[in-house]
Design a binder for this molecule. Structure first.
Ligand SMILES: O=C(O)COP(=O)(O)O
Ligand SMILES: [Mg+2]
Length: 217
């Protein structure tokens, strides 16, 4: 691997455990619509492919009609906006890992499938915003991860070649986007990964915590 000049880090399941926020917001949506509420573990299997996917999959999981989607989307914007960050916790080792990358001179981007507005508010609330040169969300470009587009745009913004830009994520979605963009990728072992064992996803390495990033720079 060439010397790294930048890193692109995923948000949900990598920097912050947001499952409590997702679960509370979806529960409020389903209550508003008079639908059954999904247990948190079931929500965890649906996180990582953006809000549209999450809302649609949750409706499908409780047997609701497709035509409830527009109302569910509006309710979700409201509830997630209100609850954003409340039940979310920064994972152990994150502050240390980000410090190691910054002190090695790397430029940093946060690229998530979460809408950019929600992502920026969450990073700010958790004291992580200052670490990042740019933050992009699932609504920043025409396509989201696993498409490589958001990662390629982040490389441009950071003036870093993909081969010298390390992607750090928690799911097959991050790995597929990184591979397609030509970026090396490491995956954390504590995230969501759609409920599948993350070590089955091909990657350049696996991290117990982001503090292990010190070995990569
Ligand atoms: O699906 C989401 O909203 C969040 O996904 P992320 O893992 O890309 O941050
Ligand atoms: Mg993630």
């Amino acid at each position: 691997m060439p010397a790294l000049t930048a890193a692109i880090i995923d948000l949900d399941g990598t920097l912050v455990d947001t499952l409590g926020d997702f679960s509370a917001a979806l529960a409020a949506v389903h209550r508003d619509l008079g639908l059954p509420v999904l247990p948190t573990e079931a929500v965890g299997l649906l996180v990582g492919k953006g809000s549209e996917h999450l809302i649609r999959s949750a409706l499908r999981a409780v047997g609701a009609d497709e035509d409830r989607y527009a109302a569910a989307w509006d309710a979700y914007q409201h509830h997630y906006g209100t609850l954003n960050g409340r039940a979310a916790r920064v994972y152990p080792g994150v502050a240390e890992g980000l410090r190691a990358l910054r002190s090695a001179g790397l430029r940093l981007a946060c690229v998530t499938n979460k809408p950019a507005g929600f992502a920026r508010v969450l990073l700010e609330a958790k004291g992580l915003a200052g670490a990042f040169d740019v933050v992009y969300g699932g609504d920043s470009f025409e396509r989201k991860k696993p498409d490589p587009l958001p990662l390629l745009r982040a490389c441009e913004a950071l003036a870093s070649r993909p081969a010298a830009t390390l992607v750090v994520g928690d799911s097959s979605n991050d790995a597929a986007a990184a591979r397609a963009a030509g970026c090396p990728v490491v995956l954390v072992t504590y995230g969501y990964n759609h409920g599948q064992p993350v070590r089955n996803v091909p990657a350049d390495g696996y991290l117990e915590t982001l503090a292990d990033l010190a070995r990569w720079v």
